[in-house]
Design a protein around this ligand. Structure first.
Ligand SMILES: C[S@@+](CC[C@H](N)C(=O)[O-])C[C@H]1O[C@@H](n2cnc3c(N)ncnc32)[C@H](O)[C@@H]1O
Length: 269
């Protein structure tokens, strides 16, 4: 067993890892993440809060299905591309979507990458980067081949607008023309919503945004909002009857979204 002692936002990656393991066991026809199951069994950590937080685990499973499909689709359209997973935690998406040609980078804070390196054996075509997402030096560690996709899952809600402006500026300036998949929490949920496993870790939701247009206008001026993918699309795949809830206008005001954005090259002159 590997003891993992993290607090605050880094600890939340253990909750989302547990959610993927839980849904792999309960919904194997939808989500297959045997590595998450194996990791949970090897980590010495009290997963009680994650186990009982159905809101968090349902949301994580739903977004995992959507992100996996979006990344698979990008890879299929751009063979030999480069993917950077920002705030990766212990996610092993590479193994769920790899086509044998993709070059992959998993980035997280040094204390999380340290845990990751202790638990996950290195694989060809995957590198880890120990850095803050807002450190402008990390793109220097990325060797770009083909098109670039940047994934930001489960992170923006813990940052500030200023942090996001920095992060999106780094992506924009380092990877012109890149596509970014950015998960955002609705402002109403950010303010009033609570996920008990997140509360227990001491992390707080600090950022919310309504849609891709607002995101680009406020924190990502160099990007174009291509489309917004609603979390309810993933929820309905897991729980078909959830359309009843997701149909209500109030639900639309609190649901998370994955924003599909493209970095426009800087204007000439
Ligand atoms: C909720 S977890 C999500 C992990 C993973 N994306 C997933 O879905 O399982 C949030 C992650 O963001 C990471 N994180 C927080 N602040 C960060 C920063 N400034 N730079 C990079 N990663 C950060 C945390 O360490 C943690 O792994």
């Amino acid at each position: 067993m590997e003891k993992v002692e993290l607090t605050g936002v880094p600890e939340t990656m253990l909750q989302t890892l547990h959610a993927r393991a839980q849904y792999t066991l309960s919904h194997p026809q939808l989500l297959s993440d045997p590595q998450a199951v194996e990791l949970v069994s090897r980590i010495d950590y009290d997963f009680t809060a994650a186990r009982s937080d159905q809101l968090m685990s349902f949301g994580t499973a739903a977004r995992t299905l959507l992100f996996d499909d979006l990344v698979r689709d990008f890879i299929a359209r751009h063979p030999g591309c480069t993917v950077v997973n920002v705030g990766c935690g212990l996610d092993t998406r590479f193994h769920r979507v790899d086509d044998g040609k993709t070059r992959w980078y998993d980035l997280d804070l040094p204390q999380v990458i340290d845990v990751r390196r202790r638990l996950i054996a290195p694989v060809d075509r995957v590198r880890t980067i120990a850095a803050s997402a807002m450190d402008p030096r990390w793109p220097g560690e990325v060797e770009v081949t083909g098109e670039v996709l940047v994934v930001v899952e489960g992170l923006t809600m813990y940052l500030s607008s200023d942090d996001l402006r920095i992060l999106m500026g780094i992506i924009h300036d380092s990877f012109p023309g890149a596509t970014a998949l950015v998960e955002v929490m609705a402002p109403l949920f950010q303010r009033f919503g609570r996920e008990k496993s997140v509360v227990r870790s001491g992390a707080r939701f600090t950022y919310g945004c309504r849609n891709g247009k607002e995101f680009c206008r406020t924190v990502a001026p160099g990007f174009r909002a291509e489309r917004d993918v609603r979390l309810s699309e993933g929820m309905r795949r897991i729980q078909p009857r959830s359309w009843l809830i997701t149909w209500f206008p109030l639900f639309r005001m609190i649901e998370q979204k994955i924003l599909v954005l493209t970095a426009r090259p800087p204007a000439d002159g």
